[in-house]
Design a protein around this ligand. Structure first.
Ligand code: EPU
Length: 326
């Protein structure tokens, strides 16, 4: 266990916001979370890929070290893979393909850690974490005990889980996945349709190319990926928008209603490529807010509010941030 006092969080959030924490405790595999020195306020930080710090944090930030620790147990046509929560998610995707284990490849190049990926139920290109997770081992910092959550216990939903609702209470120590030994490409995302003969490695490459075409490269510009969730509206609202905006992309029909493209709404409202202070709207994807050079969390939130108000006024649709604002 490593302890740091008065530490900048700049390297620990993908927006690259220079907020400070009073203390940071970093756990390594084998460390006992029971002995965590927690007094006063505390929060758990994953890869920081979905966080916007608007002020310094006057408490203890708990993180897992980002080491690769993963084990595999064959089980017929499948295998059970158990990964350390601090492991970088994309390293797990790469590792799984090297082992000839499939199911994670569509989640290629998603930023963040294994633990954060279940909190957020990350998803991209037709796959969500919930499709491959079998169970999650956590340490409940609130109650001071270890618990196992089955997939159903996690109450996964679109960019949501039970863990997201008790912000920072659960430290995700390990995630258990069920992966397949045989590769069948999931090509349900439209832009992947032509890849029916691709190998898993080719699919991974195609997804990385698609993703980096639309998102800023983390080493060049900080961001939190999609800043807003895609809003879900009722049939009446959807039909009336369709009448008014013939160029609006077709919505995805879900159990909750019609899922619109927040990126399109923000783009159509004229925000693509605009900046406010040092926070900007990514020129190739209006759903992504980015750090245009030394921005503060307050600048990001101010830009997000302007966008929310404008989209509400122009389309009557409310946008909810996917990112967590501290
Ligand atoms: N669009 C625009 N202008 C824009 C951005 C998008 O017109 O500036 C349109 C696109 O042309 C397309 C539609 O909006 O018709 C949807 O865009 P896209 O397919 O790129 O997906 P998305 O709905 O914007 C979601 C996830 C991404 C994920 C992609 C691919 C959310 C909030 N975002 O984006 O996830 O990578 O699908 O599966 O659900 C993330 O959560 O951080 C993230 C990057």
């Amino acid at each position: 266990m490593k302890v740091f006092e008065n530490i900048s969080l700049k390297a620990y959030n993908t927006f690259g916001i220079d907020a400070k924490a009073r203390r940071m405790v970093v756990l390594e595999p084998g460390d006992d979370p029971v002995s965590l020195p927690l007094e006063g306020a505390w929060m758990v930080l994953g890869g920081g890929s979905n966080m916007v710090f608007t002020h310094d944090y006057d408490g203890t930030v708990v993180r897992l070290d980002t080491v690769q620790e993963v084990s595999v147990r064959p089980d017929g046509d499948c295998a059970t893979v158990t990964a350390w929560g601090g492991m970088v998610m994309d390293d797990l995707v790469a590792w799984s393909l090297e082992q000839g284990l499939y199911g994670l490849e569509n989640l290629t190049a998603i930023p963040g850690t294994v633990g954060a990926s279940v909190v957020q139920n990350v998803g991209a290109y037709g796959v969500e974490a919930k499709d491959v997770v079998e169970s999650v081992e956590v340490y409940d910092l609130g109650e001071g005990r270890f618990c196992t959550f089955s997939n159903a216990d996690c109450r996964f939903a679109y960019r949501d889980s039970i863990f997201k609702h008790s912000a920072g209470r659960f430290l995700v120590l390990q995630v258990r996945y069920r992966l397949r030994r045989e590769f069948t490409a999931n090509l349900s995302y439209k832009a992947l349709e032509g890849l029916s003969h691709a190998s898993a490695a080719e699919l991974r490459q195609a997804i990385a190319d698609l993703r980096w075409g639309k998102l800023p490269r983390p080493e060049e510009h900080g961001s939190a990926g999609s800043f807003f969730k895609n809003p879900v509206v009722g049939e009446e609202v959807y039909e009336s928008l369709r009448q008014r905006f013939a160029d609006m992309p077709e919505a995805h029909r879900t159990a909750e209603g019609y899922k619109l493209s927040a990126g399109w709404l923000i783009d159509r409202a004229g925000w693509k490529g605009r900046t406010m202070g040092k926070a900007g709207v990514w020129p190739r994807n209006a759903l992504v807010l980015y750090n245009a050079g030394g921005c503060t969390g307050t600048e990001v939130v101010a830009l997000a509010r302007e966008i929310q108000q404008d989209v509400k006024q122009k389309f009557g649709v409310a946008l909810d941030p996917e990112a967590i604002i501290i």
